[in-house]
Each structure stands twice: as C-alpha cells, then as structure tokens.
Design a protein. Structure first.
Length: 123
C-alpha cells in the first residue's frame, strides 16, 4: 500500500535518512525532519497533506507525544506511529487525544514499519 505521504520526525539524522530511503523504496513519499519546530512548521503549512506520521518518542526539545498532540489539534484524523528505542513499555492510552495508533520499537525492519503504516491507515 505505497503511494502514501509520510511525515517522519526523529532527532537523529541517520534515522530519518534511512527511514526515508526504506519507505521510498516501498513507494511512499516521505518528508523527514530532525527538529520539532521544522516538522511542525511543515505540518502547519498544509495539515492535510500527510496520510500518516512517524514520530520519535524521545527528542531533546519536546517529545514525539508533544508533537503528536500539536498535530492532532490541527488534523485529528491523522494516524500517528510513535517510534522508540527505549525499553520501557508504552500504553496507547497514554497518548490521550493524540491519535497514536501504533508504537514501534527501534531499530525496526522495513517490513515491520510498512505493516504498521498500512495497519494505521486502515483503522
């Protein structure tokens, strides 16, 4: 189910680059950002352009959950996937109104990421 537009936000440039390449190879269009404010600015310019967002949970400025809440306020229907490399478990109920539909562990395989994307846009 490629051809979707995906917003990817992670503070590590290598992760956004690799994630973008992986998703592009599967037919997705990707806008990748390494900073909260840059991602939010791109989203603000057209809040309905994305089909799904993949956000790093742990970023230095604000968390991915903070960004998810900002995005949700502008486009409540946008499914959001949180990516985390932390060992603690997260409960989707912690997301509140942020529309977090999936949590994926880093490092992830491209097949797992694509499956999470496809599942999130079908719900």
């Amino acid at each position: 189910m490629g051809s979707l537009k995906v917003l990817v936000v992670d503070d590590e440039e290598s992760i956004t680059k690799i994630t973008g390449l992986m998703l592009n190879s599967r037919g997705f269009t990707v806008d990748a950002f390494n900073h909260f404010d840059d991602a939010l600015g791109a989203f603000l310019s057209n809040p309905t352009t994305y089909d799904v967002a993949i956000l790093d949970y742990s970023m230095p400025e604000k968390t991915g959950l903070d960004l998810a809440r900002e995005i949700h306020a502008l486009n409540p229907g946008l499914p959001i996937i949180l990516a985390t490399g932390h060992l603690q478990t997260f409960n989707l109920d912690q997301s509140g109104p942020a529309n977090v539909v999936e949590i994926i562990r880093k490092p992830f395989r491209v097949d797992d990421l694509v499956a999470a994307i496809n599942k999130s846009v079908q719900t």
